[in-house]
Design a binder for this molecule. Sequence first.
Ligand code: MEV
Length: 432
Amino acid sequence: MGDRLPGDFRKSTVDERRHMVAGAHPGLDATAFGRDDEMVELADVMVESSVGYLALPLGVATGFLIDGERVDVPLATEEPSVIAASTYAARIIARGGGFETTGGETITTGQIYVEHAAPDADQRIVAHEERLRLTVAPLLAAMEARGGGWRGIRSCRLPDSGLLRLEVDIDTRDAMGANLVNSVVEHLRQDVEALSSGRVVMAILSNAGTRRIRRARIAVPVSILARGGVPGPEVARRIVLANDIAREDPARAVTHNKGIMNGVTALALATGNDTRAVEAAAHAYASRDGTYRALTRYRLDERPDGSRLLRGELEMPVPLGTVGGAIGIHPTARASLALLGDPDAATLAGIAVSAGLAQNLAALTALVTEGIQRGHMGLHAERVAWVAGARGEERRLVAAAMRARGEYGTNAAKEALAEVRSQGGARKGAER
Ligand code: MEV
């Protein structure tokens, strides 16, 4: 443990903060907090007390066919198998006609909780909707010009406390809308207190995202699902069974849905979105009937010609934006959106559920056939090779040798590296 950092840490410059951190923690290399000056400055603009930025891998999962369009999907993740798994499943799904997405509302809901409200406050508030709408009209003018804006107000009483709860729906179009909706509900505070004769406890958006539900559906001929010596129809049967288990057993559902979020969150991160909002909405939706369940459904379908299809569906809230927040100022987020063809928020949400469903199909296919470790360890090999000191082309040669032997420990990597070097292989790559 090093010394504590001073209380006025946040008031210093990034360079000063780095010095303080390095001084308090001998041996710590503060340049590891990022070496790109522009990114260091941007990080300082984005958050308080910044010392730099974290660089994560960003890759592109190729081969998605979504609503008839070819899409390559940028994913930011530290997990080795996510991009490979997405690409694998996207190709299989494309052979079955691709993803079909539906839904696409872009409404964010703000909540206002009121204590000591008069018995008829609910009706009074709703009867005065026009007054409330006009109060916040200046805040919503720009959003209205973009086709969004006020979409209504609802009231109810919380069952236990009897508190009055108001919900204001705002169509925030391509923005996730957190700042705008928070401003709107805070701005309504005075009017709500006057109309309800109560006191506003708090006013904030809801992250439930239930007016941002997106669905992706796939239909894959079972014949193309064969894997690891297991015939396609049997793989399909086992996928349905695995999904049924995750609908019945909450402890398995958590892992199942985590796999879905491997795709959804990685896309949210690549595009500069609020990953916690997406995660919170997804997990709340997974437990909407009182039990935490898989977000996906699968079934087998027979076609008139006797051939069979595996039908899969993912339905979940996807509160993603394509403007505002970090999205507009982070160059990587902007490049990711450009790679996607600058989609609107509803289209991006459709891509997210497709990425989630692809991840899930890939995970279930591996789990019910050869298991997950085989693919994972194969990808993990390059990391172990890196840790053992292999660089450039050496890294690939060492990983290939480890895969061939089926040995993935550091010692195996060191041995393979010594062998590669003794054979004089890959010197060029290592020097690069
Ligand atoms: C690993 O990141 C994700 C999986 O565990 C998902 C699943 O079990 O369905 C493979």
